[in-house]
Design a binder for this molecule. Structure first.
Ligand SMILES: Nc1ncnc2c1ncn2[C@@H]1O[C@H](COP(=O)(O)OP(=O)(O)O)[C@@H](O)[C@H]1O
Ligand SMILES: [Mg+2]
Length: 269
């Protein structure tokens, strides 16, 4: 990975960084407003680093709505999602509200603060799920993967139960981070909604076990899931969204006997 660059707030006025904070174009008055917001959020510096590039600057993530970078506050290292100036959203409040609800279910990075153009959240240090699975070797591999998969499914179950649809789990190569304690963390609640039919469990099963690059890797490491049986179990769950139907899915995926899949920030996990 490229080395990251730590830039204090007062140096962010430079056009080179303005282009990132006001992505995709530098805009002096907008940048001034945004730097004020950052100050209000207690941001002392930002760190440009990561696998993605925004122009010639490395960042954690780049999507249609935001750029994700690392920031430093008195609380330490955090993740900062920056609203693109050309985003079709007027502010970050809605995403923040979705993340706040997810946090209530012990899902997602902890929301720390939000302004019109920024969302400040816990920085999840870890590896994206497909790469994490791929890299595992040796004894205990299967059970570690199964525990993580069970954890992911349980989080999706909680979201389903609460009526909060993540919206981007059917193709989620960048939306599940496994942290250093083997805890899976779902990120990006930008397209989440409480106003549509939930499909977290069905989407994630599709992604993890049926049709994706990740599904291939998982199959290679923990064995095949009976596709027909899984599709039936998912159909059944769609009609009858109960814990019993969910357990049937777990059985078909070989995850029903997994124990210690909780990640213990709260006793309910
Ligand atoms: N809280 C976080 N901690 C660590 N990395 C994160 C965090 N939030 C997002 N990321 C990384 O940044 C990428 C982009 O974030 P995401 O919220 O998906 O942005 P977008 O809405 O633009 O797709 C993610 O795929 C993930 O790799
Ligand atoms: Mg995303």
């Amino acid at each position: 990975m490229r080395p990251s660059e730590l830039v204090p707030l007062n140096r962010l006025r430079e056009e080179r960084y303005g282009k990132i904070l006001c992505y995709p174009r530098h805009d002096r008055s907008e940048l001034t407003r945004r730097l004020k917001e950052l100050k209000g959020l207690g941001v002392k510096s930002v760190e440009f680093g990561g696998e993605k590039m925004a122009f010639d600057i490395p960042v954690l993530g780049k999507g249609y709505v935001g750029i994700v970078i690392v920031a430093h506050t008195d609380r330490g290292k955090v993740a900062l999602k920056v609203r693109r100036v050309d985003a079709d959203r007027s502010g970050m409040q809605r995403e923040a509200e979705m993340l706040r609800r997810a946090n209530g279910l012990d899902v997602g990075p902890t929301l720390l603060d939000t302004t019109k153009n920024f969302l400040l959240m816990e920085f999840v240090e870890g590896t994206l799920l497909p790469q994490w699975v791929e890299a595992l070797r040796g004894r205990g591999t299967r059970s570690r993967i199964r525990r993580v998969l069970r954890g992911v499914l349980e989080q999706c179950w909680r979201l389903d139960e609460a009526g909060l649809d993540h919206g981007e789990l059917s193709r989620a190569p960048k939306h599940i981070i496994i942290d250093e304690n083997d805890c899976p963390r779902l990120v990006d609640f930008e397209t989440a909604s409480v106003n549509r039919r939930v499909s977290n469990v069905t989407s994630i099963c599709q992604y993890l076990f049926i049709g994706s690059q990740a599904a291939k890797i998982i199959k290679k490491k923990v064995g095949e899931v009976d596709r027909k049986e899984l599709i039936n179990a998912l159909k059944n769950y769609k009609q009858d969204r109960t814990r019993k139907s969910f357990k049937k899915i777990l059985r078909v995926c070989g995850l029903d006997k997994v124990d210690r899949y909780g990640c213990g920030r709260s006793p309910s996990r």
